[in-house]
Design a protein around this ligand. Structure first.
Ligand code: FAD
Length: 311
């Protein structure tokens, strides 16, 4: 939501939360701040915790390399986790990584030469002749490694109404539905919550025209011509899918938002061709100017000025 929590303190009947967009009062706080969860935990509790950002570098290879292995090839797990693996992705690419490198900087999601070299060297110990010339992008993420090496989930004894979800490192993604249910149960009990009778527990994904028959697709394009307009040529993503991703509840507002929901920009050219076109659609749909469209929120605007402005 583009809102940063800057401070929080206990007040009568709850918590006061200061943010970049104003101050809020709430009865309960769920601290799910990833690598920053220790910062907020330590603001309110005397039992201090410490989270180290543990970086994992990855290389993503083009779909031409997707068949280099037929299964995920794991190394023997070590002290730092499951090790570097080589895996075909569900969309047909080849993914190689991750490393596990402890760093200080909680914003340090940049890859490094040493990290990427480690990915290649370790992957080649298990799989020969990986076509590394087919790398289309590399990236890194930070695991929130807590010193005690456990997920910390639950209300703090010395800070009532403050619920931690801290130290959620790997396999935090796999565990997230269970963690969500656990936290919901805690809040349900505390707040005497009742499930809505008309609660909709499922939602429709963005319509993927590739899942339709030829006849259905022709019909769809007749009714909604935007499904006949290919925007991302590498992944064959249509304008219709991008509009769907933007207009739905909690819709995409940035290029990365569209990418995560539709795969537009995830292909071989890594958004070289479709970025300006996706930006135009975002600007039109969100009633913004091209200068306001960002790569991933905050200050990540892409257009900074008009060419030959100074002439
Ligand atoms: C390299 C790597 C490999 C992994 N492999 C696997 C795997 O194979 N299987 C698996 O299950 N898991 C894996 N994980 C772990 C998984 O990705 C994480 O456990 C999971 O994403 C953690 O989710 P989270 O919601 O706790 O934290 P995050 O996804 O980090 O979310 C924290 C959120 O808090 C927000 N935030 C922080 N501070 C503030 C603030 N002050 N104000 C407002 N918002 C704030 C951040 O912007 C962020 O959106 C891997 C992680 C990495 C890095």
């Amino acid at each position: 939501f583009d809102t940063e929590v800057t401070d929080l303190r206990p007040v009568e009947d709850g918590w006061e939360i200061r943010t970049s967009k104003g101050t809020y009062k709430t009865r309960y706080v769920v601290n799910a701040a990833g690598v920053y969860a220790d910062k907020f935990h330590n603001m309110v509790s005397n039992k201090k915790i410490h989270i180290t950002p543990r970086r994992g570098d990855y290389c993503l290879l083009d779909k031409t390399a997707g068949n280099h292995v037929s299964h995920t090839v794991f190394a023997l797990p070590g002290k730092y986790g499951k090790g570097v693996l080589v895996t075909p992705t569900v969309h047909g690419n080849l993914l190689v990584g991750p490393t596990a490198i402890d760093i200080e900087n909680k914003e340090g999601t940049n890859t490094t030469r040493e990290g990427l070299n480690e990915v290649i060297t370790k992957a080649e110990m298990n799989v020969k002749n990986i076509p590394m010339r087919q790398v289309i992008t590399s990236f890194a993420g930070l695991r929130a490694h807590e010193d005690g090496h456990e997920f910390l989930i639950g209300e703090l004894e010395d800070a009532k109404g403050f619920i931690d979800c801290a130290g959620i490192e790997s396999p935090g993604l796999t565990s997230s539905p269970a963690i969500g249910e656990m936290v919901a149960d805690i809040l349900k009990e505390k707040m005497d919550l009742k499930e809505k009778e008309n609660f909709i527990a499922t939602r429709k994904g963005v319509l993927n025209p590739n899942t339709l028959s030829k006849e259905e697709r022709i019909q769809l394009i007749k009714e909604k011509p935007e499904y006949g307009n290919i925007i991302c040529r590498c992944e064959m993503i249509t304008e219709g899918e991008i509009i769907d991703a933007i207009r739905r509840p909690l819709g995409a507002k940035s290029l990365d938002g569209v990418k995560r929901r539709t795969r537009a920009g995830m292909g071989r050219c890594q958004a070289g061709f479709c970025s300006p076109r996706t930006m135009e659609i975002l600007a039109r749909e969100c009633h913004k100017s091209m200068f306001e469209i960002t790569k991933s929120g905050g200050n990540s605007q892409i257009v900074k000025g008009i060419n030959k402005d100074s002439l």
